[in-house]
Design a protein around this ligand. Structure first.
Ligand code: SF4
Length: 666
């Protein structure tokens, strides 16, 4: 039962009704027509869904520190009226909202701003193509003044608070860290001088908004950058911020360029709460914990243990705007849980697109996709209970149709049942739990272990049929593929095939990566612990490798150049790094010669070599399973979605999106 979560809390003069905050996220709606109005609706929906406080995506305090017009800005007086649209909508929804004051420093893209990025020192970020220009003393003063002016504009626009963005490797963080600040003037050198910029920003903002306006500061609790700010300095900085008049500290983890995963599915839930706890012990103002907390019950545990005063969740509010309201009512099983996949939120943003959500594709289409009752209530068959069929059935039933869901396996989930077994992907269990609960609530009839037949569907007088029958694995034309030790990937996921200790996987896409993870999983220490030990240099990479090494040797083989090409931008690097750490070998640009009892013969640059293997797994893509579709064509209105429409990698994002579309189209 929730208790501590529901205790009101003060941020300066602002009283919040609960301790769940929606953390800052850039969702890119500003790109769309009526972007700010959409953003306002988006925040208002989360406010009415019970968020104690919402923090906006970063609003640039200066043009060179922003991301152009696809971010909110707060560097001109004319921005006040634009931003007021947001605060009015949120206040109408009885919510509270803080504007985040943002300057990207060396992370700003010249391509977006048309200006050279600026930084304490002219050191290029590994994730930016442009080298920054060093700020001179006068510009530093102007930048501090711009933060203060932005705060005043936020106040005028009706925001309830501001949050100064000082973490994630942005400008203030760049001043604090010796890695990015190599100045030898009054803004760099020893810790006190490196800290000065952030502290001056906090003081100047406080002075500008007066003593009663809540000012929060998002500070980096752990940079996860070699040789960066120490924990001792971090705690000292927290105390200095408190003295400077900051009302609450929101603890960020990692920089955007960090090599250690901070928010991906590979990071266990709540893995970084210990950082917030350390800061909390150093100060007396409220401390906010974040990163991989996606369940309000978990937030309750963290708060009850006294690790922090508030919990910030960001992506979970994309996945379910009602997460707090549902949890407060004890409807935990109805929550659509964020699975930390990043596939439709961060990956979209990094691709310059508008954010959405894999498990909730309505994000970014709020108005267009608002659910309306069906004009004519129909009896609809949905065939296949993978992600596409599940979402189609849910939306159809939500709109009032009578839905029967057919599934030939004995359980729902389709390929989600593969994904959820993969180490680090257990969050897919939540998606299955969500659909199970929703379909039961909506009265969808589920016929498990039932292969849908065209004649029977016609005889049962279904008005329309949605075909979500998924894929059939593809068998490549390699001599020897009929040998007994050659198995298909689905048989391995379904535990129908025996796998030995030397494995060659034909294919190196997303499915092959998942399979490799599953096959080499041998957890003496968790990936998170390994990252921690490495970043603090407690153990070196070789020692970690020895602890994590699997008895099983896996080779992934691919004709093309790229491994894991189906994986998202923000997670692919970490997935591949983990596989390499576990000794998986990736052989690319090869030609297959033949499969033999002793393994797979390949050629590399024309030279034949043997990849020894006692098991060969085929994970070389799939073709759409359209047999039922063709059998029904012309007899009933049929709709083809998901893998059955177009096979590809394990693409739950497209599957759920198409399920959501067809659910609104009938
Ligand atoms: Fe969470 Fe994935 Fe949705 Fe992003 S796309 S909010 S990570 S479920």
């Amino acid at each position: 039962k929730l208790a501590t979560v529901l205790e009101p809390v003060q941020i300066g003069t602002l009283t919040l009704p609960n301790r769940i905050m929606m953390g800052s996220m850039h969702v890119g709606f500003e790109r769309l027509p009526d972007g700010v109005a959409r953003l306002a609706d988006f925040y208002a929906e989360r406010a009415s869904g019970g968020a104690g406080l919402i923090v906006t995506g970063g609003a640039a305090v200066l043009p060179e520190g922003g991301m152009g017009e696809v971010y909110c800005n707060v560097y001109l007086d004319e921005h006040i009226e634009q931003l007021r649209v947001i605060t009015e909508k949120v206040h109408q929804a009885q919510g509270r909202i803080a504007l985040q004051l943002f300057h990207a420093g060396r992370y700003a893209y010249k391509e977006a701003t048309g200006l050279d990025p600026v930084a304490p020192s002219p050191l290029q970020a590994p994730i930016n193509r442009s080298k920054p220009r060093e700020l001179d003393a006068a510009e530093i003063e102007q930048t501090i003044a711009a933060f203060a002016a932005g705060a005043v504009r936020a106040q005028k626009a009706g925001f309830d608070a501001v949050e100064i963005m000082g973490s994630e490797g942005y400008l203030i963080n760049q001043f604090l860290s010796p890695v990015t600040n190599q100045r030898q003037d009054e803004w760099g050198g020893d810790f006190a001088r490196r800290a000065r910029f952030g502290i001056e920003v906090a003081k100047r903002v406080r002075a500008a908004v007066g003593p009663d306006f809540p000012v929060m500061f998002r500070m980096s609790g752990l940079d996860l950058i070699p040789d960066s700010t120490t924990m001792e300095e971090t705690l000292q900085f927290a105390r200095m911020l408190e003295e400077a008049g900051v009302d609450a500290l929101n603890i960020g983890i990692g920089w955007h360029e960090s090599k250690v995963p901070t928010i991906s599915m590979l990071v266990p839930r709540g893995a970084y709460v210990w950082v917030a706890r350390q800061v909390k012990q150093a100060v007396s103002i409220p401390v906010i914990a974040s990163n991989r907390i996606n369940d309000v019950r978990h937030a309750e545990e963290i708060l009850r243990a006294g690790h922090c005063d508030l919990v910030s969740m960001a992506r979970p509010f994309l996945a379910d705007p009602q997460i707090v309201a549902k949890s407060v009512q004890g409807r935990f099983d109805e929550v659509n849980t964020c699975i930390a996949c990043n596939q439709a939120c961060l990956d979209h943003i990094f691709d310059g697109k508008v954010a959405s959500c894999l498990v909730n594709p309505q994000v970014g289409r709020e108005a267009e996709w608002a659910l309306v009752p069906a004009a004519v209530r129909k009896k609809v068959a949905v065939v296949g209970a993978g992600p596409a069929g599940l979402e189609a059935a849910r939306v159809l039933a939500e709109r009032g149709h009578q839905v029967v869901l057919f599934e030939k396996q004995e359980r729902i989930g389709g390929q989600l049942n593969y994904a959820r077994q993969v180490p680090g992907k257990a969050e897919f269990n939540e998606t299955l739990r969500y659909y199970r609960t929703q379909l039961a609530r909506l009265g969808v009839e589920i016929r498990l272990g039932t292969e849908a037949d065209a004649d029977a569907l016609v005889a049962e007088a279904f008005a329309e049929v949605v075909i979500a029958t998924g894929v059939v694995p593809r068998v490549p034309e390699i001599p020897g593929r009929e040998l007994g030790h050659v198995v298909m990937y689905d048989a391995v996921f379904e535990h129908k095939a025996k796998v030995g200790n030397r494995v060659a996987i034909v294919g190196a896409g997303g499915i092959a990566c998942d399979l490799s993870h599953l096959l080499v999983h041998h957890e003496v220490i968790s990936a998170q612990t390994a990252d921690y030990l490495l970043s603090y240099r407690i153990l070196d990479e070789q020692a970690i490798h020895r602890l994590q090494a699997s008895k099983r040797k896996v080779f992934m083989l691919r004709r093309g150049k790229h491994v894991g090409s189906g994986l998202g931008k923000t997670t692919r690097w970490a997935t591949l790094a983990q596989l390499k750490q576990k000794g998986v070998e990736m052989l690319t640009q090869i030609e297959y010669r033949r499969i033999a009892p002793e393994g797979v013969y390949i050629s590399v640059n024309g030279e034949e070599q043997l990849v020894p293997a006692d098991t060969v797994i085929i994970a070389a893509g799939a073709t759409p399973n359209q047999s039922l579709y063709h059998a029904l064509e012309g007899r009933l209105p049929v709709h083809l979605i998901g893998g059955a429409k177009e096979a590809g990698e394990l693409d739950a994002k497209r599957a759920i999106l198409e399920g959501a579309q067809v659910g609104r189209a009938i």
